[in-house]
Design a protein around this ligand. Structure first.
Ligand code: GTP
Ligand code: MG
Length: 204
């Protein structure tokens, strides 16, 4: 897919105020600092469309970006950020659960996993939570430029094994680097395929 336009649309904490559910959308979910905002920028060839930071806890709101005038990438705040109060965490839960359960146009979540780490309970918990909510998702392993390929493959294998303890089927998986652009084409092709299916469904 060629990216012809990208545009920030709206930022808010209330899922009810997100854009009309008329276009397919894809949301970034994952731990704080895993690279959600960076992945959006990498996918659309932008340096600063989504705000990134070396400190966790940068993105605090639901951010909608309209791509090529007809589908959305959605940046969400991360989970698992230690320096957050209980009330802030509850606010996150309400906001994200409200978002995930109210967007009929949410085609898939991209669940980002830091490829440098062995499977983390908090990420496996998120996988199971998405399963309980019935939200389709893919796994995106990030920051692969920071670790040797062998270690990345080993961590991915451990993640697959951990999932297979409770899941019968595994979701699609992508290996990415926001630094080198690795994985960009594979994710955009995947989204293009899903957008096409959506067009077929809405034309019927
Ligand atoms: P929150 O908004 O806090 O939830 O974080 P986030 O998941 O949006 O992470 P963000 O994109 O802000 O990236 C966090 C840090 O990781 C930044 O310093 C990025 O430059 C860095 N980073 C993200 N992706 C990559 C990657 O693929 N490779 C490398 N080397 N650094 C990355
Ligand atoms: Mg962010």
């Amino acid at each position: 897919m060629i990216i012809t336009s990208k545009q920030f649309v709206v930022s808010n904490s209330d899922p009810a105020k997100c854009p009309k559910v008329s276009q397919p959308e894809y949301a970034m979910v994952g731990r704080s600092n895993v690279g959600k905002s960076s992945l959006i920028n990498m996918l659309v060839n932008s340096k600063g469309l989504a705000k990134t930071s070396s400190k966790p806890g940068k993105s605090r709101l639901i951010n909608h970006f309209l791509i090529n005038g007809d589908w959305y990438l959605v940046d969400l705040p991360g989970y698992g950020f230690a320096k957050v109060s209980k009330s802030e965490r509850e606010r996150w839960d309400r906001m994200i659960t409200g978002y995930l359960t109210s967007r009929e146009n949410l085609v898939s979540v991209l669940l980002l996993i830091d490829a440098r780490l062995e499977p983390q309970d908090i990420d496996l918990g998120c996988v199971n939570w998405l399963g309980e909510l019935g939200i389709p998702f893919v796994l995106v392993f990030t920051k692969v430029d920071k670790k040797g390929g062998r270690k990345v493959r080993q961590n991915m294998k451990l993640f697959r094994e951990a999932m297979l303890e409770t899941w019968e089927e595994l979701p699609p998986m992508f290996v990415t680097s926001a630094e080198t652009g690795q994985g960009r084409k594979a994710i955009l092709d995947y989204i293009e395929g899903l957008n096409g299916q959506d067009a077929v469904v809405s034309a019927q």
